[in-house]
Design a binder for this molecule. Structure first.
Ligand code: TYD
Length: 206
């Protein structure tokens, strides 16, 4: 067992399909003998899940939205992520700070410098070890969201240009941090995606 676990995050625009892979990745890692903790943002703690309900439903100032996301992240890191990594667990997190750069930064226009200040305050220099970006065109994402037979949240209801800006911000993050990002074609079929995930995870030491 590794002394310290690994921190893996999944990212992508709404409708990219990333959430359906969290459980599969967790099972795959467990089969490879790892202890795994699947979690998500916003959320991951009792307080974080309550903040998530507000964040997904309540209109608010961009500053408020950004601060609540980082407040939830602070709790998540202190209560869940850091202790799990210290115990040797592999943490698989459905969205993390790259989502804030993509949605609040790219999508809503919050200045990067402000996000960097908050990131430094909450996370210090700690970054995910591996970030899997599921990339799909905004048209495909829109069709998937339209087909979903459920209530859409505040972000899913945003217009096409918003999702396009979020996507571009994600791709810019991936280009800026090529060491930890792996970009997957979210329009591939499931078998193709799982084969690519297997390849990435094995190369990563799973
Ligand atoms: P999501 O993973 O899409 O939840 P679900 O699969 O249940 O729809 O996350 C919820 C939303 O939160 C998503 O639309 C993006 C948004 N979000 C931000 O805007 N900024 C952030 O920092 C995070 C973590 C999420």
């Amino acid at each position: 067992m590794d002394a310290t676990g690994k921190f893996i995050t999944l990212e992508g625009i709404d409708g990219a399909g990333k959430s359906s892979h969290v459980e599969w990745i967790a099972d795959f890692l467990q089969q490879r003998g790892k202890r795994v903790l699947p979690t998500r943002e916003p959320g991951g703690t009792r307080l974080g899940e309550r903040l998530r309900e507000w964040l997904l439903s309540e209109p608010m100032q961009l500053e408020t939205e950004t601060l609540l996301l980082f407040a939830a992240r602070q709790e998540h890191l202190a209560q869940v992520i850091r202790p799990a990594l210290a115990r040797g667990c592999w943490v698989v997190c459905d969205r993390y700070a790259d989502a804030t750069y993509a949605y609040q930064g790219g999508g809503r226009g919050m200045a990067r410098k402000r996000l960097e200040t908050l990131e430094q305050w909450v996370q210090g220099a700690h970054q995910p070890d591996l970030t899997l970006l599921f990339d799909v065109s905004c048209e495909v994402a829109r069709q998937r969201i339209a087909q979903a037979d459920r209530h859409l949240d505040r972000f899913e209801r945003e217009h096409a240009q918003f999702h396009d800006r979020v996507r571009r911000a994600y791709l810019a993050r991936a280009a800026r941090f090529p060491g930890r990002f792996r970009v997957l074609d979210g329009e591939s079929d499931m078998a193709g995606l799982r084969a690519r995930l297997t390849q990435i995870l094995l190369a990563f030491g799973a």
